[in-house]
Design a protein. Sequence first.
Length: 41
Amino acid sequence: MIKPEDGLPPFVSSWRQLYILVITVLVLLIALFYWFTVTFE
């Protein structure tokens, strides 16, 4: 029987945690690239 948790990486325990992690990383990257753009223009 396949469980929904089978496709998760080992550092998260639920799909919700994975989605929050991905959204957080994307927001941090956007902020970092914006800061680079403002600083080095």
